[in-house]
Ligand binder design. Structure first.
Ligand code: ASC
Length: 550
């Protein structure tokens, strides 16, 4: 196994990814940042220098389980103190499974300022994938706001709630196009800026392309489509999928998919690749990229109008595609037949102390200033709420998921779930109506430190007697992120076998910021000695000195 050493300098720079000039977080001058390439079993070391000057930093390696290195997970408040301006921090982890992963900032709402990139882990020498292709490309889809994360965070957490609203544009691999005619100042928005020229993928006629598509949107659920070409889904979150064909790929923030595309259309023209918003009635226009048939000019616009994405409110189509994602027949990890514990997580929008928040079982999550991993491993008392979050909302049976949420009992707390080491845990995510009439949103839930089996998706309210009998225990896909569809439920199973403390949260940046998450602790006593570099905040600060003074 090899060791890959990366040195990253993270700073703010003015960039124009959608032609509009905005302060963007870059890595070594780039957003998206450099792609991490490694082979299964390799060690990756990323030496991160925080040159943001006035802002803390933490970076999460999304989909990497961090077995034996929970302190490298990069979840600020959970596994480490933030990297303060000017400081350097080494992330060191083993990439133990082949597949498509991502990295992104995990401090405040920093991810949406542009700190993200791809991780590609290849198979060991001599091993092959269960599908063939000629070339592969990584494409990360994001949505993009011209407002600063500070402005957004202040609006979300004030009593006079200001919602972030719909994004200004969508980006395909860091490139989009804002309508500059809405901006008078040419120096702020200029369509001829090369930074916002459309992304293109050059295809040699007859060849097969593996597109590794990831989504790191701040808010939006997306559909991705290529004019005139179907796509065969072959990988999801690092696991092989029993291949199925789609004309559009639904993808939620935090997910990755590999699709195969054959360049078998008219080679004399180029084709549109587009991504558009679903699940919200958005005003944001689709992003356009070009599938360029060699040797046409890559900027030659396709002669036809871009394909229109699916209807934003067609939940059934999205549910059906979610259900189609199953483990590839030669690569099934069979889940344990039963679970030791089932946690039903009711997702609600609430008002707490006059502020709009999101809750699970009436608990809206607040992060403690002392990271859980450190306080639990070092037995520092009194830094987070010890009363565990409930496994089911008291009165759940009478909760009407279709009525406007008015459960005034919700509180903000830093409590988490403690799991028995090696136990099998089911999490049933249950959606509900928001505080807006006839409204329920899509929430992609992401689990750190594990892959879970997706046992099933359902509509309406989960029935604890009937629905588990319909779980797919035969060939469920394993993932690290799965959508919870409007007014529906999603059932997940995982084995709590990775010593550490692991965040579990809605991957929508603003929802996570508004409390939509929690954490799981398992086997904390098995965690090796914590590196001192993760400390320095909250009650982890100056501990030795304190003892001496006493
Ligand atoms: O958290 C959210 O708040 C708004 C809306 O529910 C209240 O303005 C919205 O669309 C969200 O997803």
């Amino acid at each position: 196994a090899k060791i890959h050493m990366h040195r990253w300098d993270v700073r703010y720079e003015f960039k124009s990814p959608d032609c509009y000039k905005k302060l963007t977080i870059t890595i070594n001058g780039k957003s998206p940042g450099p792609t991490i390439l490694a082979q299964q079993g390799d060690t990756v070391i990323v030496e991160v220098t925080n040159s943001l000057d006035t802002e803390n930093l933490a970076i999460h390696w999304h989909g990497i389980r961090q077995i034996g290195s929970p302190w490298s997970d990069g979840a600020e408040g959970v596994t480490q103190c933030p990297i303060v301006p000017g400081d350097t921090f080494n992330y060191r982890f083993v990439v133990d499974r082949p597949g498509t992963y991502m990295y992104h900032a995990h401090y405040g709402m920093q991810r949406e300022a542009g700190l993200y990139g791809s991780i590609q882990v290849s198979l060991p020498d001599g091993e092959v994938e269960p599908f063939v292709y000629d070339y592969d490309r990584s494409i990360i889809l994001t949505d993009w706001y011209h407002n600063s994360t500070y402005e957004q965070a202040a609006g979300l957490s004030s009593v006079n709630f200001v919602w972030v609203g719909e994004p200004h544009s969508l980006l395909i691999q860091g490139r989009g196009r804002f309508n500059c005619s809405m901006v008078t100042d040419q120096s702020v928005c200029n369509v001829t800026n090369p930074e916002c020229s459309p992304y293109f993928l050059t295809a040699v006629p007859g060849k097969v392309y593996r597109l590794r598509i990831g989504s790191l949107t701040a808010l939006s659920a997306l559909s991705f489509q290529i004019e005139g070409h179907n796509m065969t889904v072959v990988e999801a979150d690092g696991h092989y999928v029993e291949p199925f064909e789609v004309s559009n790929l639904f993808i939620y923030s935090g997910e990755t998919y590999s699709v195969l595309v054959k360049a078998d259309q008219d080679p004399l023209k180029n084709y549109w690749m587009t991504t558009s918003i679903v699940s919200r009635n958005s005003t944001t226009p689709p992003a356009l990229a070009i599938l360029n048939y060699y040797p046409n000019h890559p900027r030659k616009p396709p002669p036809t109008p871009p394909p229109v994405g699916p209807a934003w409110n067609d939940v059934a189509a999205r549910l059906e595609q979610s259900r189609s994602v199953k483990a590839h027949h030669g690569y099934i990890h069979t889940p344990p037949p039963n679970s030791d514990r089932a946690i039903v997580m009711l997702n609600t929008q609430n008002k707490i102390n006059g502020r709009v928040r999101w809750s699970v079982n009436n608990v809206s999550h607040d992060f403690p200033t002392t990271p859980y991993l450190i306080s639990m491993r070092k037995n520092i008392k009194g830094v987070f709420d010890q009363k565990p979050s409930p496994d089911i909302l008291p009165g759940y049976n009478n909760y009407n998921i279709y009525s406007v949420a008015n459960n005034t009992n919700a509180t903000a707390a830093s409590s988490i779930y403690r799991l028995k080491f090696n136990s099998t845990v089911d999490v049933i995510l249950q959606n509900a109506n928001t505080m807006t009439k006839n409204n329920s949103e899509t929430h992609p839930w992401h689990l750190h430190g594990h892959d879970f089996w997706v046992l099933g998706y359902g509509t309406g309210k989960f029935d604890p007697d009937e629905d588990p009998q319909k779980y797919n225990l035969v060939n469920p896909i394993m993932k690290n992120t799965a959508p919870l569809h409007p007014f529906g439920w999603t059932a997940l199973r995982f084995v709590a076998n990775n010593p550490g403390v692991w965040a579990f949260h809605c991957h929508i940046e603003s929802h996570f910021y508004m409390g939509m998450g929690t954490a799981f602790e398992e086997g904390i006593e098995k965690v090796r000695k914590l590196p001192s570099k993760i400390m320095g905040c909250g009650r982890t600060r100056g501990r030795k000195l304190k003892t001496i003074v006493k």
